[in-house]
Design a protein around this ligand. Structure first.
Ligand code: KIV
Length: 279
């Protein structure tokens, strides 16, 4: 199958087809997502929490992100991969931001995601797009601005607030972003924003009216259990599956059931005889 691109997202939206994105952080999961034909893979900075065990996304570094982007790129060579720029790796200056963003692309990402919208971000988006780097915007609840927002708060709750998000989304569209993530807002607001934009919206906790959806894979597989947001639907309970498997393995090791002959290698008969011959 031909590799999907940022342009595929627009085509899917224009054809009235929903866009399905998921996060992935490692090689073997990326292989599964590619086999499933997912439209896009985000190597999200959510890995700070679900992979590295941090409380929020502030503590993941660019160097760490690059390791996971490389692993996903090796596992999903034919998929459209978006690398998430971590906190303060693109905010200090356009030149430094471009340098860090180019590292993401060199690591195997086909696009990058940036949070927020202000004049600085818009300049950076334009410079990236001019340099051939597709940009996925991120509005609504933006985890890297959590200290300003004051926690996990639903955004765009009023008409005025939804209008403001739409205004930002339009600016990102004008700057050349190929799509925008809308996180944690009433379904009505996200639908309104989606209807008034040309580029696709990718929702997370933003209802069914977006052009597509994204969720954290560890959440929908029931592997990450520290907290489960209301918008997560669990398609599996990997925490339970892994727990039961590990308990069974441990018990079988202690009882001498594992490994059995089936999982062992054997010497040739004549060599074995020498082992047991009287010395
Ligand atoms: O880091 C992340 O996983 C995200 C989401 C949009 C899922 O930013």
């Amino acid at each position: 199958m031909a590799k999907k691109t940022a342009g595929t997202f627009q085509k899917l939206k224009d054809n009235g087809e929903k866009i399905a994105m998921l996060t992935a952080y490692d090689y073997s999961t990326a292989q599964v997502l590619e086999s499933a034909g997912i439209d896009g893979i985000l190597v999200g900075d959510s890995l700070a929490q679900v992979v590295l065990g941090h409380e929020n996304t502030y503590n993941v570094t660019l160097e760490e992100m690059l390791i996971f982007v490389k692993a996903v790129a090796r596992g999903a060579k034919n998929s459209f991969i978006v690398g998430d720029m971590p906190f303060m790796t693109y905010n200090t200056s356009v030149e430094r931001g471009l340098g860090n963003i180019s590292q993401m692309i060199k690591a195997g990402a086909n696009a990058v995601k940036l949070e927020g919208c202000n004049d600085y971000i818009l300049t950076l988006v334009k410079r990236c797009v001019e340099s051939g780097i597709p940009i996925l915007g991120h509005l609504g609840f933006t985890p890297q601005l959590m200290n300003t927002i004051g926690g996990y708060k639903i955004q765009g709750k009023s008409f005025d607030a939804a209008e403001k998000i739409l205004e930002s989304a339009k600016k990102l569209e004008e700057a050349g972003a190929f799509a925008v993530v809308l996180e944690l807002m009433p379904a009505e607001s996200a639908e309104y924003i989606t209807k008034n934009l040309n580029i696709p919206t990718i929702g997370i906790g933003a209802g069914a009216g977006c052009s597509g959806q994204i969720v954290v894979i560890d959440d929908i597989l029931g592997k990450f259990t520290d907290f489960t947001p209301k918008f997560v639907k669990k398609y599996a309970n990997l925490h339970e599956t892994i727990l039961e498997s590990v308990k069974k393995y441990s018990a079988e090791v202690k009882e001498g059931i594992f490994p059995s002959k089936e999982q062992s290698f054997e010497m040739k008969e004549e060599e074995r005889e020498k082992l047991y011959a009287d010395k």
